[in-house]
Design a protein around this ligand. Structure first.
Ligand SMILES: Nc1ncnc2c1ncn2[C@@H]1O[C@H](COP(=O)(O)OP(=O)(O)OP(=O)(O)O)[C@@H](O)[C@H]1O
Length: 370
């Protein structure tokens, strides 16, 4: 296993001039030895490009890649000793499950007893022990993809295992099981794993650290809780969560920071709040307030949806600002057409300037006094 350092940028077209010409804008990043990482972002944000640069399938147009401090930028995937699992199964149909799993080891001359032991262990982890002698050709698509996963995980000597949306062909129920399984396997095998996905649940279940990407930029690297509690970029606030963070237009006035014409952050917090142009608060942290409570905004309810474990309230303020709240089912839920007050300032509220979280004394600007 290796520690992988990236310090690079990449443009597919020659002579890039604007940010839009880059598939990856300049980034510096480290994948620690034995860590489980996910690259998360919408289609076209540069995840696969980044993964292919790590593996050596793509050479960055600027900068380079180091494995354990050694520059490997010019090396091929094989020279880098990388295992890769792709979206669709890459297996030998004529071989049995056991032969498929053994293939990467046999190729490297691993002793037969060791192969048997390792194949047995991986098959057990993937719950395929009973299928070891079955021919791959006769198996369903998801079983074939499990073999692909197994082939990626079977070698102990790889620098890292890279996964590019590996659960696309798997049915939803098995997907859920495999995500958890992969996490468990990571804890047992201590491999460096990098996993590309556009699915936040997949990324947050699997990885210790998630790299959120948008338009060629890695905007935050953090744990599931960092991304939820302290989105450092408005994109993270909006992209992570169901629904994402409320990002409310804010402006500074004589009284303090205003949202929808109400002062929600008082002048006492001037140092932090003056620069803010957006106030971010997750629907989970918006609560119903008594009218005129400091920090609260009057709204009209557009829709109240019963989602099972919670109610989702979609509302708008007098100036049209949309605010969503996730409410506990045991409380009184206002109905569509009714007016209510929503508290948007609390310990989990974040303030943003130019899409970036405003930090105060090294700490994120949260819990600003109303
Ligand atoms: N071989 C290529 N030549 C030119 N442009 C490319 C090439 N591969 C990707 N791109 C462009 O680079 C940008 C990033 O693409 P990339 O495939 O890395 O994104 P992604 O986040 O993995 O998206 P997806 O989930 O759709 O695969 C996109 O604008 C894409 O069109």
């Amino acid at each position: 296993m290796s520690r992988i350092d990236l310090d690079l940028a990449h443009a597919y077209k020659p002579d890039p001039k604007t940010d839009d010409d880059y598939a990856l804008l300049p980034l510096k990043m480290t994948f620690e030895d034995g860590g489980a990482y996910a690259l998360l972002g919408p289609s076209g944000c540069g995840k696969t490009t980044l993964l292919n640069i790590v593996s050596g399938l793509v050479k960055p147009s600027q900068g380079g890649v180091k494995y354990d401090g050694v520059d490997v930028t010019a090396r091929t995937p094989q020279q880098r000793n990388i295992a890769q699992v792709f979206q669709f199964p890459v297996i030998y149909d004529t071989m049995t499950v056991a032969q498929n799993l053994a293939f990467p080891l046999r190729n490297r001359g691993v002793a037969p007893e060791r192969i048997k032991e390792r194949v047995g262990r991986i098959a057990e982890m993937l719950e395929m022990s009973h299928q070891l002698d079955a021919r791959a050709a006769g198996l369903a698509a998801d079983a074939k993809q499990k073999i692909s996963l197994g082939r990626g995980l079977v070698r102990e000597d790889v620098s890292a295992v890279l996964f590019d949306e590996p659960l696309t062909v798997i049915d939803p129920h098995l997907k859920w099981q495999l995500r958890r399984k992969l996490k468990q396997i990571h804890h047992e095998l201590k491999l460096t794993l990098i996993y590309v996905t556009h699915d936040q649940v997949e990324a947050l279940t699997f990885a210790d650290q998630v790299i959120v990407m948008t338009r060629g930029r890695a905007v935050q690297v953090g744990s599931a809780s960092d991304l939820f509690e302290r989105p450092r970029h408005t994109f993270v606030g909006h992209f992570i969560g169901s629904p994402g963070m409320n990002l409310l237009a804010a402006r500074w006035s004589e009284q303090g920071l205003e949202v929808a014409g109400r002062t929600v952050v008082g002048r006492a917090a001037a140092g932090v709040a003056q620069a803010a142009t957006l106030l971010g608060v997750r629907p989970e942290y918006v609560t119903i307030a008594v009218p005129d409570t400091p920090g609260a905004v009057p709204v009209t309810v557009d829709q109240a949806q019963d989602i099972g474990t919670y109610w989702l309230l979609t509302t708008h303020a007098a100036d049209g600002t949309q605010i969503r709240a996730r409410l506990h089912p045991h409380q009184a839920i206002p109905r569509a057409g009714e007016t209510t007050w929503l508290q948007v300032n609390g310990p989990h509220t974040c303030l943003y300037e130019n899409e970036l979280l405003i930090e105060s004394g090294g700490q994120p600007a949260r819990g600003v006094a109303a």
